[in-house]
Design a protein around this ligand. Structure first.
Ligand code: PEP
Ligand code: MG
Length: 591
């Protein structure tokens, strides 16, 4: 028996034979091309790209109905094939350096990797995987060794073990024949992980060298709850896992069945549980999992992987679709939170030494007025078709929100003058994610209709911990006393001004924190859709008065360690049945 650690990317336990997917690394043949054959080489490259486009288009047509909604991932692959950093760059390298297409595309990819390495935002950085996928496809076609995209015609339920799985690979695997995924690469926010979650297939990613540790046919357990795999388990271990799987299946059935019940505590306190969203194709999961609206729509993804900025019209269609499909629930659309050295090829920003403190989010929008106004016009126009709220990121002081409101008023006037329908009373809110905003929350509360606390950044800026730097990640502590105090200040300021206070940072979706957030008095929690049912269930088992007393007790403690210890005790006392099924091991808590 061998136990390997990884990251739980999609919850659940699967037990079955390994289906080892060969890594299939394409060997690059590097040759110089004489000037007389350059045109021919460029044509060979163009034709390889067309072949891959054809394959992807075929794959889109053949997608089974149940996963049709994910076809936009493949569409984005088609767009990436023609991305200037890949397509134009490869052609230019062939021409300028006289090298063969395989070599040129490899160099183009290295260039893209160097740019992506500087991007602090994990979600955007991970889109590199998609680019690598399309490049690999083109390389395969160029090498003349073109295996079909239909990589595995698996007939019995297996656990696919691979170095990496592209979203396209994942999309081909249906629920019937694949019981789980295990990969060496990837993270919780990679497309493959998102897909695995939406297909309800347990997945463990980031398992070092797993492909070297097992072979096809061997029995393996993929524990997506704990983030580990067990190869050839002993009879005793196997029995334990079969029991754990059964308990988890029962738990999931029960929580999902009840996911449409209101998030109301036993003493009648109502809190809204909503979903965070990045992609339009998440809408069905959001609805199925009982989210009561979208508390944060990160709009960044519409600006990625394009040569040009999306037009107002393109944005409008997407926002309208989201608003219509989620109506009557509200959709909180956050204006663009990008900048610094985050890669959006269509927006040029200077190289910044300290991008997290640089020209990002609202600062960038207030400088690039054309960009900002187009987004606002699109959101406002879409507001005529559903229940949209507007959210502005990274507000650090009053003058910013005053300026934002000025732009908004102008845009509304333009729309009104042109007779374009929009919601004149659209609710506007700000993210509270900069410490200065916490300290003047009372002032800011008078300017807006709601607050949404972005703990991902608030913790980063308050504790001076770079949220993407692994070397300091152990200091990234949501239960730091300073953070709890800040949450209390924000909630109290909001409530004194009569506005609602929500939270959309990752902290909102972690069961360990939910009783504390209930106790502090948050009105809305917005989280990844998969986390909605279990947190609603926790809320329904809670008593707000008890949670409030508990939060007051925690606010009196002096260290993160003491707070965490007490929080775990409280959880164990009040929600014993949820201990095992929650992702507690992420907190280093053994049950
Ligand atoms: C946050 O900072 O908590 C947040 C929700 O925004 P993002 O993670 O997109 O920065
Ligand atoms: Mg943020």
């Amino acid at each position: 028996m061998e136990i390997l650690k990884g990251i739980g990317a999609s919850p659940g336990i699967s037990i079955g034979p390994v289906f080892l997917l060969a890594s299939g690394k394409v060997k690059t043949i590097k040759t110089r091309i004489p000037a007389s054959r350059i045109e021919e080489e460029m044509a060979r490259f163009r034709s390889a790209v067309e072949t891959v486009e054809g394959e992807l288009n075929r794959l889109i047509c053949d997608l089974p109905e149940e996963i049709k909604e994910h076809s936009n991932i493949l569409q984005s692959h088609i767009l990436m094939l023609r991305d200037r950093m890949v397509y134009d760059k490869t052609l230019a390298l062939i021409k300028e350096q006289g090298i063969n297409a395989e070599w040129a595309i490899k160099k183009a990819l290295q260039n893209v990797k160097a740019i992506f390495a500087k991007i602090p935002d994990a979600y955007i950085r991970e889109r590199l995987e998609d680019i690598e996928f399309v490049v690999k496809r083109v390389e395969t076609v160029l090498s003349g060794n073109n295996v079909s995209l239909d990589l595995f015609a698996v007939e019995e339920p297996v656990i696919v073990v691979a170095r990496d799985l592209s979203p396209a690979d994942t999309l081909q695997i249906s629920r019937e024949n694949v019981a789980g995924f295990v990969t060496e690469f990837g993270s919780r926010t990679s497309h493959t992980a998102i897909l695995a979650r939406s297909l309800g297939i347990p997945a463990v990613v980031g398992v070092e060298d797993v492909t070297l540790h097992c072979y096809s046919g061997e029995l393996i357990v993929a524990d997506g709850l704990k983030g580990q795999v067990v190869i050839e388990p002993t009879a005793q271990m196997l029995q334990q896992y079969q029991d754990k799987r059964q308990r988890y299946v029962r738990y999931r059935l029960e929580v999902v069945q009840n996911s449409n019940l209101p998030a109301e505590t036993m003493d009648g306190y109502r809190i809204k549980v909503e979903a965070n969203m990045e992609l339009v194709d998440e809408i069905p999961i959001i609805i199925q999992h009982g989210a009561e609206g979208v508390g944060l729509l990160r709009t960044e993804f519409l600006y990625l992987d394009r040569k040009e900025l999306p037009s107002e019209e393109q944005l409008f269609y997407v926002y309208r679709e989201v608003a219509e499909r989620l109506s009557p629930y509200h959709v909180t659309i956050r204006t663009l939170d990008i900048g610094g050295d985050k890669l959006v090829s269509s927006i040029s920003t200077d190289n910044e030494i300290n991008p997290a403190l640089g020209l990002r989010a609202i600062r960038l929008c207030l400088r690039e007025r054309g960009l900002f106004r187009a987004q606002l016009r699109a959101i406002l126009r879409a507001s005529a078709y559903g229940n949209i709220r507007l959210l502005f990121p990274m507000i650090s002081g009053k003058s910013e929100i005053v300026e934002v409101k000025k732009v908004l008023t102008q845009v509304m006037k333009e729309l009104a003058d042109a007779g374009i329908p929009h919601n004149k009373d659209i609710k506007i809110g700000i993210m509270i994610e900069v410490p200065s905003a916490v300290l003047i929350a009372d002032v800011l509360a008078r300017e807006v209709d709601f607050f949404s606390i972005g703990t991902n950044d608030l913790i980063q800026y308050s504790l001076a911990i770079d949220r993407i730097n692994e070397a300091v990640s152990h200091l990234y502590e949501p239960l730091h006393p300073s953070i709890l105090r800040m949450l209390k200040v924000i909630v109290d300021a909001g409530h004194s001004a009569g506005i609602e206070v929500g939270m959309c940072g990752e902290m909102a979706g972690e069961p360990l924190y939910v009783p504390i957030l209930l106790g502090i008095g948050l009105d809305e929690l917005s989280m990844n859709a998969m986390a909605v049912p279990k947190n609603k269930r926790l809320i329904r088992q809670s008593n707000q008065e008890v949670c409030a007393a508990f939060a007051t007790q925690l606010l009196g403690l002096e260290s993160a360690k003491a707070i965490k210890k007490r929080a775990v005790e409280f959880f164990r006392e009040n929600y014993p049945q949820d201990m095992e099924t929650s992702d507690f091991l992420e907190f280093g808590i053994t049950i």
